[in-house]
Design a protein around this ligand. Structure first.
Ligand SMILES: *[C@@H]1O[C@H](CO)[C@@H](O)[C@H](O)[C@H]1NC(C)=O
Ligand SMILES: *[C@@H]1O[C@H](CO)[C@@H](O)[C@H](O)[C@H]1NC(C)=O
Ligand SMILES: *[C@@H]1O[C@H](CO)[C@@H](O)[C@H](O)[C@H]1NC(C)=O
Length: 461
């Protein structure tokens, strides 16, 4: 009785509970009150009472009493989310849905997740892998709040594993085998699109995924398409995947930041021009003011190819790291800057930034109009007092753990923050144009067939 069970789970939540639960709840409240009082007294008289997860975060992000962010937006998660996660996420298995394996490993099944996990688009694999180990994972679709559909299509497409047409068809085939997708119209289904193309990788996304939760670093794709696949009210912006070698903390990182006073340049731009106006202007500017702005030509191959380590050595040698728009509005350089400890300067007007409900970006970065790239920008950056730069860098050190794809058991990570964002998407009830419900809570389709009798392929969208 899948549909019925789902629908009949306490429709009104806390309002509908028996006597025993009420007494139990009261006891719990009293007990929690006393325990938190004791804990507060024992450890830190000024710390707010909170669950263990949030107190971890407080200690990771607050750096105790004099947190410069305290008034400005980083008292996390209490300020933004409340202090408890209660989530059940079902992760689809490639053996359960015909076609899902192709979307992960290509038509021949030869593309390995190990190769897809590397580079700036590695989030498509990492998020999947972390969810498989998550304590919020459920094996039971009936009780799931959310459903994760693992696909690595960015990687598969780049490696010739599927072409655009095949990706589109396979996606549609996969969705038609998911009655729960049909039940909610896709509203509780999660997809990762890790690159600038966003959900456009699936050509017919506007028909099929326009209600689903899309995790993407990209908020805009106006360069090549008329429509943006990103919707700020339902989708979640995620950080790009920064090289594990530099996110490893302190002594184990392959490249360490250097003191501000030792930086050779005021600013740098490390990227290829790609024929983009803003980038071309920066390359020109660097030629005019070579002692202030460094912009080495980045060769992707040949003897002058800039290696991974060299790249970071350049990046750390300026006070400000310029992050102009490229093929799309987001750029990995913005996130990398926090690990080389240069202040990122965003020159990409349409950019969307992750976790805005907890991070005040004006405390850790600068956004300058991309239409004003020139000596004016360099003069402005030069006018910023040393202490102000130091403070921004210090603030950046506190939040950069949110760019690191580490296990949710870490006190602070991108994965933890994404789970908190997902928490806000949980809905008690689901509907779509093809779902109906009766007086007794039975969920049926247009043929009045009860939900548990729905047979795949289900009709889409
Ligand atoms: C995607 O595939 C579906 C199902 O095969 C098809 O109806 C649709 O036209 C395709 N979309 C595009 C843009 O090719
Ligand atoms: C989603 O796609 C359906 C089918 O094409 C369309 O009718 C609907 O208007 C779209 N919804 C949104 C929010 O774009
Ligand atoms: C709910 O009502 C419908 C219509 O009377 C009936 O067919 C169905 O079996 C009922 N469901 C349950 C779970 O009782």
């Amino acid at each position: 009785m899948g549909g019925l069970n789902r629908a009949s789970r306490s429709a009104l939540g806390p309002l509908q509970c028996g006597r025993v639960q009420q007494i139990g709840a009261l006891l719990l409240v009293v007990l929690t009150f006393f325990v938190t009082r004791i804990v507060d007294r024992a450890f830190s008289p000024s710390a707010p009472s909170s669950t263990s997860y949030s107190s971890h975060l407080h200690s990771a992000l607050d750096e105790r009493h004099r947190d410069p962010f305290a008034g400005g937006g980083l008292a996390w998660p209490d300020r933004a989310y409340g202090s408890r996660l209660s989530l059940k996420i079902y992760v689809y298995d490639d053996r359960e849905i015909d076609g899902l394996r192709e979307l992960m490993r290509g038509r021949d099944g030869t593309i390995s997740p190990d190769s897809c996990v590397k580079g700036q688009w590695g989030t498509q694999v990492k998020i999947h892998q972390f969810l498989l180990q998550s304590k919020f994972r459920t094996m039971n679709k009936e009780e799931a709040d959310l459903f994760f559909v693992p696909t690595y299509v960015k990687c598969v497409r780049m490696n010739g594993g599927l072409n655009d047409k095949e990706i589109n068809q396979t996606f549609v085939k996969v969705l038609s085998q998911m009655p729960y997708f049909r039940l909610s119209g896709g509203r509780d289904h999660i997809f990762v699109f890790p690159s600038g193309a966003g959900a456009h990788l699936f050509r017919s996304w506007p028909v099929f995924l326009n209600r689903s939760i899309i995790l993407t670093p990209e908020g805009d794709r106006t360069d090549k398409r008329d429509t943006s696949a990103f919707n700020t009210w339902k989708d979640i912006i995620i950080p790009g995947n920064v090289d594990d070698g530099v996110t490893a903390f302190h002594s184990s990182a392959v490249v360490q930041p250097i003191p501000l006073s030792k930086r050779k340049y005021l600013a740098n731009f490390l990227g290829r021009a790609q024929g983009k106006t803003g980038r071309l202007q920066l390359v020109e500017l660097a030629k005019q003011y070579p002692d202030k702005l460094e912009s080495p030509e980045l060769k992707l191959s040949g003897p002058n190819k800039l290696g991974r380590i060299d790249y970071f050595h350049h990046l750390r040698n300026a006070k400000f790291c310029l992050a102009p728009r490229g093929e799309s509005s987001w750029t990995l350089r913005f996130y990398e800057a926090f690990f080389m400890e240069c202040v990122p300067v965003i020159l990409s007007d349409q950019v969307e930034l992750p976790f805005q409900n907890i991070i005040d970006y004006s405390r850790i970065s600068i956004k300058w109009p991309s239409t004003r790239i020139g000596i004016e920008l360099l003069e402005y950056l030069q006018s910023i007092p040393y202490e102000a730069i130091e403070e921004m860098l210090a603030n950046g050190r506190r939040v950069r753990c949110l760019w690191v794809y580490a296990s949710e058991t870490e006190p602070c990570s991108a994965m933890g923050a994404i789970l908190w964002e997902l928490q806000r998407k949980v809905r008690r009830f689901h509907q779509s144009t093809e779902t109906f419900w009766l007086h007794n809570g039975s969920i049926v389709n247009r043929q009045l067939e009860a939900f548990q009798k729905w047979r795949t392929p289900v009709q889409l969208p």
